[in-house]
Write a protein that binds this ligand. Structure first.
Ligand SMILES: NC(=O)c1ccc[n+]([C@@H]2O[C@H](COP(=O)([O-])OP(=O)(O)OC[C@H]3O[C@@H](n4cnc5c(N)ncnc54)[C@H](OP(=O)(O)O)[C@@H]3O)[C@@H](O)[C@H]2O)c1
Length: 338
């Protein structure tokens, strides 16, 4: 399923901020090209199509999913629609790259995985961080033993977004909350370097209307005894770095979810700095991974397999429950917390 030149043909669902970034990245890789966009309204589809010179503009997501000129769909809608949009595309025979978090809860993720298995199509949560050159460098350094055995992970992702109860970051009906949107990155990093995680504790601050978390701090323990402290915030700018500390030194990764720089601190040595810039905006690497796996006939990526998305969703469910939060599916109106 590619064009005559073996290039993966992409359709995009949703025309918001990240959809623009992804289509921009597709322009920087020979592995894929954009052929179609789907929006809830024909006008927005046309507008987006004009911006990026896209041949097919569909006024519904269902129409895009039926296009014979699309091999893979990038689902770029707010979190509560990841599940229904992904199922629509998989059932129409498309491969799917779906934005993070993969869904609102682990049950939805398991249904998406089953749908991919049933339709024999590729499915991946768009954890783009894992495919960045700087992230690959970190993985190589750790595997080569540069910092010894990893015993501690610290990571935070905090931005000071203006409070707007109608914005998807703060609106429960749009999948709001810091943990779902931002906290997935620290959690994925800890899961990668500490192995199977247990959530030891979680606490949070709520939005003024008490509908979503605006700040969550999580304590985790890894399968080999390593521990992690993770935090995210939609109302506070944080140092926004990750630290992996091991028996022989530590790695520092500023802005780790979109990493370009890494500092290696080997015990007893001067720090070593590495710079690994993006070729475009960073999303080209995940697009290339999808193309690679689809071309090889594979259905998941070893760096972000279905089991990992399921693990992260289960952990997120636990953090939600410890925080007393409720993540409502798209069809249910959210209610304030007691
Ligand atoms: N990987 C990353 O770095 C990154 C960065 C930002 C966001 N994200 C993820 O990408 C997803 C979308 O985020 P975004 O920032 O692009 O959001 P956004 O700017 O609000 O855009 C979301 C798009 O989804 C569509 N949509 C469908 N149902 C909607 C609804 N009920 N309300 C509003 N929009 C709806 C809209 O497109 P139409 O009206 O055209 O249908 C809208 O333009 C989120 O899950 C987020 O976590 C990832």
């Amino acid at each position: 399923m590619t064009d005559d030149n073996g290039v993966l043909r992409w359709g995009v669902i949703g025309t918001g901020g990240i959809a623009h970034s992804f289509v921009e990245a597709l322009g920087a890789t020979p592995a894929g090209r954009i052929t179609a966009v789907g929006s809830r309204t024909p006008e927005r589809a046309e507008e987006f199509g004009k911006d990026w010179d896209i041949p097919e503009c569909h006024g519904s997501y269902e129409d895009l999913a039926q296009s014979p000129n699309v091999d893979a769909v990038y689902v770029a809608t707010p979190h509560p629609w990841h599940h229904p949009n992904t199922l629509t595309c998989l059932r129409a025979g498309k491969h799917v790259l779906v934005e993070k978090p993969m869904a609102m809860n682990a049950l939805q993720v398991s249904q998406m995985v089953e749908a991919a298995r049933g339709s024999d199509r590729f499915l991946m949560e768009a954890m783009w961080t894992r495919y960045l050159p700087a992230s690959r460098l970190v993985r190589d350094l750790v595997q080569d033993g540069a910092i010894g055995e990893v015993h501690w992970v610290s990571a935070e992702f905090g931005i000071n977004a203006p409070y707007d109860p109608d914005h998807r970051l703060f609106n429960a009906d749009l999948g709001g909350g810091a943990q779902l949107d931002l906290g997935v990155y620290p959690l994925a990093l800890a899961s990668h370097y500490l192995g199977e995680l247990t959530v030891v504790g979680a606490t949070r601050q709520l939005s003024p209307d008490r509908m979503v978390d605006t700040h969550t701090t999580v304590l985790v323990r890894g399968e080999n005894g390593g521990t992690g402290s993770l935090a995210c915030s939609s109302r506070t700018t944080m140092p926004n770095r990750a630290v992996l500390a091991g028996t022989k030194g530590w790695l520092e990764i500023p802005y780790f979810w979109m990493a370009t720089d890494v500092v290696l601190h080997r015990d007893g040595h001067e720090p070593e700095k590495f710079h690994r810039p993006f070729r475009a905006n960073g999303y080209e690497y995940e697009a290339e991974e999808v193309a690679r796996r689809v071309a090889a006939g594979e259905r998941e990526s070893p760096d972000m397999p279905w089991a990992e998305s399921l693990r992260l969703a289960r952990l997120t469910d636990q953090i939600r429950d410890m925080g007393g939060l409720v993540y409502t599916p798209a069809t249910v109106k959210a209610v304030p917390l007691a």
